[in-house]
Ligand binder design. Structure first.
Ligand code: FNR
Length: 383
């Protein structure tokens, strides 16, 4: 077993252990992948200010996100097909998050269903909603999330139209994978994954299959999904969904200050500055670059969270120092899951926590409330 010391180690192991089609699904951005690349390189361009001779005993990374206590300001982002990276991936990731004390967000496009994740966990998790043209289906999903006692609804706004990822088209991505000579050849090298999948609770989309008329297998599902994201989603519809839900709402996929003001107007409890991990509008700004203008517009009135590009605790620290009150990891936990299942997600969280704790200390900060922009050196052309 290799020694894991950073997220990059988990990524290498994920690549080795998960079927090519699913590793590529995680490790891709849309079109030229410019935004995907800049999400991480823009974090690297920010320097941290080292401070010395400050008492660093009694440090803590604890804080709150939407009023919930968290061990560190990091939630697991909603990720579709998580249960294809590792058998029962959503259940395993949710359990790891629960034990660590950070929120888990279940995607609409998950393999394990809302009910299965609820049964496997003891604390409330968050549910991410894609708005679909089938309003009945959306209403039922919202009701299912309520019945499962989910404590927040994360509505994703940046996927009315699906961005194009070249690798997924070339690989013929599907869940479970279609058997072609090349997928069979690849799957034969992924014995660990295959054995796990034989015992998995579920191998197709648990929130959808069996809940939509006429969708009983993967072939039906592919056709249904392609035409189901609602291209007419607007702020009125978002307000109606919020009313129907009645609980805490987080709006995900905001990159523009005017959109952030609209999110505030519809009463969001938090917004997530996000470009969907560079998977939607290629050429959009990285999230960390977009963050300052959004904070300036709404930062004193609503919680501002950030995702896209976080690969280390230092990235979390930089986002918090800029003014974000929470962050999310997508790929960073998926690498861990694909590498080692639940233990891998725990490892990803441990790595990020340690990096955050040590970096805070070396910047002379004991608690997150002491962290501010002063610890950052930001390039002049950044905003
Ligand atoms: C995603 N993301 C995503 N978002 C969402 O709202 N619903 C979803 O089903 C998915 N599915 C999904 C699959 C995969 C493989 C990835 C990598 C991402 C976006 C996700 O929630 C988050 O915004 C990004 O992952 C953040 O970027 P990083 O941390 O992956 O760089």
């Amino acid at each position: 077993m290799p020694v894991i010391t950073c997220i990059e180690d988990l990524k290498r192991l994920h690549r080795r252990r998960a079927p090519r089609m699913f590793y590529d699904y995680a490790e891709s951005g849309s079109w030229t992948e410019k935004t995907f690349r800049e999400n991480t390189s823009d974090f690297e361009d920010i320097y941290l200010r080292q401070r010395v001779a400050v008492d660093m005993s009694g440090r803590s990374t604890k804080t709150q996100m939407i009023g919930e206590d968290v061990a560190m300001p990091v939630a697991l982002a909603p990720v579709g097909l998580t249960g294809m990276q590792h058998a029962d991936g959503e259940i395993k990731a949710a359990r790891a998050a629960e034990k660590f004390g950070v929120p888990f967000t279940l995607s609409t496009m998950s393999i394990n269903s809302i009910e299965e994740v609820a049964e496997a966990t003891t604390k409330p998790f968050w549910f991410q909603l894609y708005t679909m043209t089938d309003e009945d289906f959306v209403s039922r999903l919202i009701q299912r999330a309520k019945d499962a006692k989910c404590s927040a609804l994360v509505i994703t706004l940046d996927l009315q139209i699906l961005g194009q990822r070249h690798k997924d088209l070339k690989n013929g991505l599907s869940a479970p994978p279609k058997l072609t000579p090349s997928t069979i050849a690849n799957l034969m090298t992924k014995w660990r994954w295959g054995i796990g999948m034989l015992g998995a609770k579920r191998r197709n989309f648990g929130n959808i299959v069996g809940h939509v008329k006429g969708v009983t297998d993967t072939a039906d599902l592919g056709a249904w999904t392609a035409q189901s994201f609602d291209p007419s989603l607007d702020w009125d519809k978002i307000a109606k969904i919020k009313e129907q839900w009645g609980g805490k709402v987080i709006l995900k996929g905001i990159l523009d200050a005017d959109d952030a003001r609209m999110a505030l107007k519809v009463g969001a409890d938090a917004i997530i500055v996000s470009n969907h991990g560079g998977r939607q509008l290629d050429g959009a700004q990285s999230s960390i670059r977009a963050l300052p203008s959004i904070l300036e517009a709404v930062g004193d009135q609503v919680e501002v969270h950030l995702d896209s590009g976080i690969r280390s605790g230092q990235d979390v620290l930089k986002a918090v120092a800029m003014g974000a009150s929470g962050t999310y990891i997508g790929r960073a936990f998926v690498y861990g899951l694909g590498a080692m299942g639940e233990a891998g997600v725990t490892k990803a969280l441990e790595v990020i926590h340690k990096e955050l704790d040590v970096s805070m200390a070396l910047c002379g900060k004991r608690t997150l409330s002491e962290v501010d922009r002063d610890i950052l050196m930001i390039p002049e052309n950044f905003e």
